[in-house]
Design a protein around this ligand. Structure first.
Ligand code: ATP
Ligand code: MG
Length: 361
């Protein structure tokens, strides 16, 4: 079986460090292993419209931002197909058929969607498109016959929904769709990176982000405003790591070599944590270290992005070519789906003959 990766992001803002550790960093690593027969990276504009129907300009403006972030992080259009969801209309058609395989109560049980409905104040009236976006995500994943989907933890319910649709479809219409495997980050801190406020997950829609394209000064300001342990008032007080965002970020980003470079009095993160817990280590020192780590991680990304920004038409051209390739692949799957469902009346000579025979009697 071919090895195919598919994943994507909603163009609702620039990408942030949560996207990076949750999915983007892994995609680039997987891309560069050369192990995949095909890699599809989707800018999910149609999905973004399900909760931004009154603000299509926001979605339109952010497509290029996401594409720049992708390439700045190392997604390479020579190795990965970068495309825009709405430019592949086959995805909508697949969603329409999959809708018949899912119940309203099943969609209502999806914990991520439940949470997002609350966050968006949709409780009183949910747009139907938003409510059903897990079905459209199943279309995205299956259209490309994805075997691997690297995503953050919030996407787990979507992958479960996709698997159910695949099983249902294959059992009703015969083996057609591929069952995908979800690839969550191995590092626990990366499953759902919190925002700088320490509350909910870092999310474009919540304004608690450090963006990948953030300028150096702004990264510093955000790091120094970050939530730590509210009871760690004096340096000598013992500090807690529980819910301490600065340490969560260090868990997500710190590499051993950063100690030698920026904080040589400690060997590793465990030593730093132990000192914090016993008391005698101030928040400022930890924040200075985190700032150095994030600056080292983000500087090359920001610089590559600035280079890429010099030729914007070229990026649109890459997305156009990618969308054309993606459409060809999705069209083939759609044909297989319709054949399996026997929605292929005009190609089915036997059907036409049998009907003719029936009415000739
Ligand atoms: P929105 O608020 O518009 O939904 P978002 O910030 O949640 O935006 P998405 O485009 O929905 O971003 O998510 C894209 C990918 O990034 C998904 O794989 C998701 O799991 C992952 N992701 C998003 N936020 C985080 C986070 N804070 N930590 C880890 N992974 C994340
Ligand atoms: Mg999201």
């Amino acid at each position: 079986m071919k090895k195919v990766m598919l994943t994507g992001d909603r163009p609702t803002g620039r990408l942030h460090v949560g996207h990076y550790v949750g999915s983007l960093r892994r995609r680039v690593e997987l891309q560069n292993t050369g192990d995949f027969d095909d890699i599809f990276i989707m800018i999910a504009d149609a999905q973004a419209l399900t909760d931004n129907a009154d603000n299509p300009e926001k979605v339109r403006q952010n497509i290029i931002e996401v594409a720049l972030d992708y390439m700045a992080c190392g997604l390479d259009p020579e190795k990965s197909t970068l495309f825009i969801q709405s430019q592949v209309p086959e995805l909508t058609e697949l969603s329409f058929y999959y809708m018949n395989l899912v119940t309203v109560s099943r969609l209502q049980r999806n914990p991520t969607v439940k949470n997002e409905i609350k966050m968006r104040n949709f409780e009183a009236s949910i747009p139907v498109g938003f409510f059903t976006y897990p079905i459209s995500q199943a279309a995205d994943i299956t259209a490309f016959k994805a075997t691997v989907v690297p995503v953050g933890e919030d996407q787990l319910p979507m992958l479960e929904q996709t698997k159910e649709i695949v099983h249902k479809f294959n059992s009703v219409y015969g083996d057609t769709l591929i069952d995908p495997k979800i690839l969550l980050p191995e590092n626990e801190a990366c499953l759902r990176l919190p925002g700088i406020d320490g509350k909910a997950k870092m999310s474009k829609s919540l304004g608690n982000c450090i963006y990948l394209s953030e300028e150096s000064e702004d990264i510093k300001k955000k790091v120094f405003s970050m939530f730590t342990d509210p009871n760690h008032i004096r340096v000598e007080d013992p500090g807690s790591l529980e819910g301490n965002t600065v340490f969560t970020y260090l868990d997500a980003f710190c590499k051993p070599e950063y100690f030698a470079e920026f904080l040589p009095e400690y060997q590793n993160l465990d030593e730093l944590k132990a000192h914090y817990q016993r008391g005698g280590l101030g928040d400022m020192k930890v924040k200075r270290f985190l700032n150095n780590v994030l600056q080292a991680e983000l500087e090359p990304i920001r610089n590559r992005r600035k280079e890429l920004q010099k030729d914007i038409p070229a990026i649109y051209e890459i997305l156009k070519k990618g969308s054309e390739k993606a459409e060809a692949v999705a069209a083939q799957t759609l044909k297989e789906v319709k054949d399996a469902m026997k929605i292929n009346y005009f190609d089915d000579k036997a059907l036409i003959e049998a009907q003719a025979e029936r009415f000739s009697k």
